[in-house]
Design a protein around this ligand. Structure first.
Ligand code: SF4
Ligand code: SF4
Length: 395
C-alpha cells in the first residue's frame, strides 16, 4: 500500500480509504458477515482510513462493532461526520457526538467532519451556536484529533470556508468529469496551497466512471488494452500530488483487490500526455451520453410518494448511454412496474423536499418530468395494470 503524509499532524494515511456508506447488502440492509470479511481484508491490505457518518444507516454501528471485536480500533483512523444540518442548539453537538462514540465503540474520533457543507452560511449558523468553542474543547480533551468538513457547494463558498477557519483537512467531490464543478481543480489547488490534507470523495462519480458507455471505453482500450474504467478514474486522482487519499466504497472483495493493486502503483505526476489526452476524450463522450449527474448517494430519499429517485435517473441515463429500449426496461423494473406497488416518476407531487438534500444540485422535479417524457408513455400505467391482472389470473 502507498501512504501519503497528513502534513498537519504527521499521520501516514493509505492513499486508498474505505468509504463506508455502501456496504455489502446495500444502504440500510448491511450484510454484517460480508462486511466483516471486507473490513478485515481492507485492513490486511494496509488500508488504515475508514470514513463513515451519523447519517449512513447502520454504518457507524457495524464499523464500531467489527473493529472492537478484532481489537483494531487503535490501529486504524476513523472518520465520521456531524449531521450539522440537524443541529439547532449547542447541546446537539454533544448529543450526536456521544451517540457516535458509543456506536463506534471509541472514546475519540481521528477525523471529524462537518457533514455536507454547501455554503458558508451553514458554518456561520454553527458558529452562532458555539461550534468553535465546542471544537476547541473536544480537541483539548483529545476526543477529536483533526477537524474538517465535507463539501458539495460552489467554488466561491469553498474558498470562504477555507479562509475563515483553521481547518485540519477538507473532503471534496472530485473526478475527471467534475474538474470545474463544486470545489473543482481550482479549489483542490487552493486547499493544497494552504497546506491542507485533501481527501477525495466520488472519485468514480457513484460508479459511473467504472461502467463507461461503450464509446467512451473504446478510447481507453486503444491506449491501454484490458484496462478498466475504474483504473483510469482512480489514477487520475492519485496523479495530483496535493491529494492525500481518495475514498472508495468497495462493495465486493474483487473491487477491493483491484483498487488495492492500483493504489500500490499509482504515483503522483505519473500520467503520460497520451493518457491525459485520452481522459479528455472520454470526458467529452461521457458528457454527451449522460444527462443527469446523479451519483446514487440516496440523500434525497425517502420521497413521500415513494419514488426511487436515483433509480429513475439511472434508467434515464442508461436510455442515452446504452439505448432507449434498455433504459425503458430498466425503468419498468426499478420502479416496480410489474408489481402492485409501482411508483412512477409521474407520481411526483413537486413538494420539493428532495432537492435541498441533493449534493449535485439536481433539479429533481424538472428532471423527473424529463424521465416521464422519455421512459413513460400515455397509457403505460393502465397497460401495466392490465398485465398484472392477466398474470394474476394465470397463476
Ligand atoms: S418533489 Fe417529487 S420526487 Fe421530490 S420528494 Fe417531492 S414527490 Fe418526491
Ligand atoms: S438525485 Fe441527488 S441526492 Fe438523489 S441520489 Fe441522485 S445525487 Fe444523490
Amino acid at each position: 500500500m502507498q501512504y501519503r503524509e497528513d502534513k498537519k499532524c504527521g499521520n501516514k494515511l493509505s492513499v486508498l480509504g474505505l468509504g463506508c456508506m455502501r456496504f455489502p447488502g446495500g444502504i440500510g440492509r448491511i450484510d454484517k458477515e460480508k462486511t466483516e470479511a471486507l473490513l478485515l481484508k481492507a485492513y490486511k491490505h494496509g488500508i488504515n482510513y475508514y470514513d463513515t457518518a451519523y447519517l449512513y444507516p447502520g454504518s457507524e454501528e457495524v464499523v464500531g462493532e467489527i473493529f472492537a471485536k478484532h481489537s483494531l480500533r487503535e490501529k486504524v483512523y476513523i472518520a465520521t461526520k456531524l449531521p450539522q444540518a440537524l443541529c439547532s442548539s449547542n447541546s446537539d453537538f454533544d448529543k450526536y457526538f456521544n451517540i457516535q462514540k458509543k456506536r463506534l465503540h471509541t472514546g475519540y474520533i481521528d477525523y471529524y467532519l462537518m457533514h455536507n457543507f454547501t455554503d458558508y452560511a451553514q458554518w456561520e449558523k454553527l458558529c452562532g451556536l458555539g461550534i468553535e468553542k465546542w471544537i476547541t474543547e473536544k480537541k483539548n480533551s483529545g476526543e477529536i484529533k483533526q477537524i474538517g468538513f465535507s463539501f458539495h457547494g460552489p467554488y466561491s463558498e469553498f474558498i470562504k470556508l477555507l479562509d475563515n477557519y483553521n481547518w485540519d483537512f477538507v473532503q471534496i467531490q472530485f473526478n475527471y468529469i467534475n474538474t470545474n464543478y463544486q470545489a473543482g481543480t481550482e479549489g483542490l489547488l487552493y486547499a493544497a496551497n494552504k497546506g491542507l490534507p485533501i481527501f477525495i470523495m466520488e472519485p468514480l462519480l457513484g460508479g459511473k466512471l467504472a461502467n463507461l458507455p461503450p464509446s467512451a471505453n473504446e478510447v481507453f482500450q486503444k491506449v491501454q488494452p484490458g484496462s478498466t474504467g475504474a483504473s483510469w478514474g482512480l489514477r487520475f486522482i492519485w496523479d495530483f500530488p496535493g491529494v492525500t487519499l481518495l475514498l472508495s466504497g468497495m462493495g465486493t472483495e474483487a473491487q477491493l483487490e483491484e483498487n488495492v493493486k492500483l493504489a500500490e502503483t499509482s504515483m503522483p505526476n505519473s500520467l503520460t500526455e497520451v493518457e491525459r489526452q485520452a481522459i479528455q476524450e472520454v470526458k467529452a463522450v461521457f458528457n454527451k451520453n449522460y444527462k443527469v449527474p446523479c451519483t446514487g448517494c440516496n440523500y434525497c430519499m425517502p420521497c413521500p410518494k415513494k419514488i426511487n429517485i436515483p433509480a429513475c435517473f439511472e434508467a434515464y441515463n442508461a436510455s442515452y448511454a446504452v439505448g432507449l429500449m434498455s433504459g425503458i426496461q430498466q425503468y419498468m423494473t426499478t420502479i416496480g412496474g410489474t408489481s402492485n406497488f409501482a411508483h412512477y416518476a409521474s407520481d411526483c407531487i413537486e413538494c420539493g423536499k428532495c432537492e435541498s438534500h441533493c449534493p449535485q444540485h439536481i433539479e429533481i422535479r424538472k428532471q423527473l418530468k424529463a424521465v416521464k417524457k422519455r421512459l413513460q408513455f400515455p397509457g403505460t400505467k393502465a397497460l401495466l395494470s392490465l398485465a398484472r391482472k392477466v398474470m394474476a389470473k394465470r397463476m
